[in-house]
Ligand binder design. Structure first.
Ligand code: GRF
Length: 208
């Protein structure tokens, strides 16, 4: 299933600032990009990314998870919304909610996530704090296929980011986010096309 011009219809799921959603939307403005952002779904009404998506005239849906009786009920409605919108691929971008194994298996191979570490290092919450505590000199970000085990699916692409002397969670976090904004569109492109990254990719960006 694909939209106008044969582009893959992508839904971006967010809970917060939505800067990675914006990076994907910016990339998709290029008609050569193989995906269009057909839907942005937020699970929190106060997510700043929701207003940013609306400002970009993207179609949005709010599924406030606090109004659902269970995780399965939330995922069931999410599944229906994605089907109604003809979504092919789901990109998690700061979506702070675990998806049920049933949902993940229904979308097997079609959900990507971005995580602020070089997986398999520093899975789970506060990956940036974990990297600082470990004293690593290089960290980075990963885009991976989502499987029922958190932060464990096949890696699509990674980007390396140096940890500098005196870095705080804030300074390292800013550097990581800038890298994520380069990585996610290229990893999505790679995942959809099965090709090598475009030649313009910089040498910090590694595809597998
Ligand atoms: C990103 O750093 C991503 O790696 C993590 O959550 C953050 C989301 O940021 N999963 P934003 O909402 O895209 O600005």
């Amino acid at each position: 299933m694909s939209g106008a011009g044969g582009r893959t219809r992508v839904a971006v799921l967010i809970s917060g600032a939505g800067s990675n959603m914006e990076a994907l939307a910016r990339a998709a403005r290029d008609r050569a990009f193989p995906a269009e952002i057909a839907l942005v779904v937020a699970n929190r009404p106060e997510a700043p990314g929701l207003a940013k998506a609306e400002a970009r005239k993207l179609k949005t849906a709010l599924l406030d998870h606090t109004t659902f009786p269970s995780r399965a009920a939330f995922d069931g409605v999410l599944h229906q919304v994605l089907l109604q919108e003809g979504i092919d691929v789901v990109c998690l971008a700061g979506f702070m909610r675990l998806l049920t194994p049933g949902f993940v298996m229904s979308w097997e191979g079609r959900i990507l996530n971005i995580h602020p570490s070089l997986l398999p290092a520093f899975k789970g919450r506060d990956a940036i704090g974990q990297a600082l505590a470990a004293g690593v000199k290089i960290t980075g970000a990963s885009v991976h296929v989502v499987t029922p085990d958190m932060d464990s699916g096949p890696i699509v692409g990674q980007i390396a980011v140096p940890v500098l002397a005196g870095d705080t969670a804030e300074t390292l976090g800013r550097r990581l986010q800038a890298a994520e904004h380069r990585l996610y569109p290229q990893a999505l492109w790679l995942h959809l096309s099965g090709q090598q990254l475009p030649a313009a990719a910089d040498d910090q960006l590694i595809s597998l």
